[in-house]
Design a protein around this ligand. Structure first.
Ligand SMILES: [Zn+2]
Ligand SMILES: [Zn+2]
Length: 265
């Protein structure tokens, strides 16, 4: 195996039922339940193990009315990963569902965009409406890691290891980054919230939580440009992800799936 080809997994940890109209700016005409799934992602290969996002814990699930289906630590352990051995965590953005479980990775350095930390600690947080997807304790925990020399800042496009690059997309959150991973099936884009559902990037629609609509729409073009095909784009919250991809191993069906193999058509 060459030194830049990695395995990639989606680890589902929570669930939230919601009406379809809540998933789109300007709503949706379908009177149906269109739930969100919550994931962290794992990249393993010649450069080690990279965990992408850290999810939230049970206390946050209760506060926000979400349901934990398997705590993040257990999902990682089912892949044979001990959280306290992880050395690199990539945080796509600082919304509560991507950066909780602050103490789960005591040895890790955290990779994040300059713009995201500036956004989450700056004047925009004076506005209650913009604060909604942020948690004060999450942001403070990240600032403490800055002072503990545990944060590596990135600006725009950046390589964290051969075959793993970060790409600032913005839009949904000002410093949102997606992760491009070279795999045996080509370049996979872990979109995170650059596209919550398949429908967002496929149909050019926008999730209601948005800092800049233009950047969201441009972001879909960036995802398509950086992925080897649309089937290489993995949205951040679509429950269909665990149906399209095979279980990482027997018994993990619809919980932990492999993203470095081709999805079902
Ligand atoms: Zn988000
Ligand atoms: Zn999210």
């Amino acid at each position: 195996m060459s030194n830049d080809v990695h395995e990639v997994y989606a680890v589902r940890y929570a669930h939230h039922d919601r009406h379809a109209s809540e998933n789109y700016l300007f709503g949706d005409p379908h009177d149906i339940n269109q739930p969100l799934a919550y994931f962290v992602w794992v990249i393993t290969g010649p450069s080690g193990t990279f965990v992408v996002d850290t999810g939230f814990d049970r206390a946050m699930a209760d506060k926000r009315g979400r349901t934990i289906v398997k705590p993040v630590a257990e999902g990682l352990q089912s892949l044979g990963i001990a959280p306290d051995s992880v050395e690199d965590v990539i945080v796509t953005h600082l919304h509560y569902d991507h950066c909780g479980n602050h103490d789960l990775f005591p040895r890790a350095r955290y990779h994040i965009q300059d713009d995201e930390v500036a956004y989450a600690t700056g004047r925009c947080m004076c506005h209650p409406m913009i604060r909604i997807p942020f948690e004060e304790e999450d942001v403070v925990a990240m600032v403490r890691k800055v002072f503990a020399n545990r944060v590596r800042f990135h600006e725009g496009d950046s390589q964290v290891a051969p075959g793993i690059t970060l790409h600032r997309i913005g839009g949904h959150s000002k410093g949102l980054q997606s992760v491009r991973v070279k795999t045996k099936r080509g370049h996979v884009m872990l979109a995170s919230d650059a596209s919550h559902l398949y429908a967002h990037f496929q149909e050019g629609r926008v999730f209601p939580v948005t800092y800049n609509i233009g950047d969201v729409l441009e972001g879909y073009q960036t995802l398509k440009r950086l992925a080897d095909s649309p089937a290489h784009i993995v949205p951040g919250h679509d429950p269909d992800v665990v149906k399209r991809y095979p279980a990482a191993r027997a018994g993990l069906e619809e919980m932990v799936v492999r993203l470095d193999v081709h999805p079902r058509p």
